[in-house]
Design a binder for this molecule. Sequence first.
Ligand SMILES: *Cc1c(COP(=O)(O)O)cnc(C)c1O
Length: 392
Amino acid sequence: MSDEHGFSTRAIHAGQEADELTGAVVPPIYQVSTYKQDGIGGFRNGYEYSRSANPTRTALEECIAALEGGSRGFAFASGLAGQDTVARALLVPGDHVVVPNDAYGGTYRYFNKVAKPQGVEHSIADMGDVEAVRAAIRPGQTKMVWVETPTNPLLGIADIEAIAAVAHEAGAVLVVDNTFATAYLQSPLALGADIVTHSTTKYSGGHSDVVGGAVVTAKTITVPGYEDAEERIAFHQNSIGGVAGPFDSWLTLRGLKTLAIRMERHCDNAEKVVEFLEGHDGVSQVLYPGLPGHANHDVAARQMKRFGGMVSFRMRRGEDAAVKTCAAVSLWTLGESLGGVESLIEHPGRMTHASVAGTELEVPSDLIRLSVGIEDVDDLIADLREALDIHG
Ligand SMILES: *Cc1c(COP(=O)(O)O)cnc(C)c1O
């Protein structure tokens, strides 16, 4: 499958040749741990043991690499397992990382509570401000800049191309967590990033039925000392073993096939929900990169195809109103996670971002986050209106 093919063609076909034995058009679930060898070391197509490689996982890894326009894909048991593998493969004690000031809570917790005690230091920076990123870099010590765009839950936008230049100038690799935008809306590797990570749990899987992660490396990484990043990640994936299982790989692959049409519908619905929220008195601010008033709207318009399905908003009457609104909806499901076909609502301060309370990453208590699903948008808006008319 060449890079010349369109996105959906790659999503449906990359890594997914019809099964040689039976002609099955979908990669079978190879629920197997080990493989018969044709004589010692005679591996069939390289398969030896399923931590090292499994055909269903290979199909997913090839597909996600093709979607991101990268060199190689790696599938993990969760987004965080993938992030951990990237960090361990590329960082050693004494190294320094620049982390977003509104990173996914689990990402910040990882750098603060897991990597830091092991000697990897970090500073946080507002990734929406390229000069703030430059200022956070410690020359000679900063080896990685970690970017999420859009961010969770504040929907901040980072200029991937500009930050790639700043990171590379300092001799650091740029990692972009592309979970929110997905490979469909944004191509970080084409903008200069060295590595892309995903929680495929979210839009890539898309049906709230599987937890998974993916990492994709760029075709060429020129940062001195990191040219072999792909081999290092491959070695660590196998050595640590946080891999995606066959059934999880299969579900994620199935989700990816419809990513493009799902994302178009998520975006259509989010735009209409944003328009409704902007017109409601109970809402003091709507956070969405598609709004012309968003601080980095121009950057988002340049690097994203559309603006995504995540919307956050603040309640004029504060935390109590936010909490009550989350409880008053009925079609929207109160829950963590995001990116599934069904619409979710949550209060980040008490739910997804409770782990960053009291840190520099604390989120406003009057904030509500929506993962706008692909239901009929009029139903979604009617349900929200009912809750907001009472509590807004
Ligand atoms: C959910 C999420 C993660 C972590 O992924 P898991 O699959 O939950 O381990 C990382 N980054 C972002 C932006 C996320 O939303």
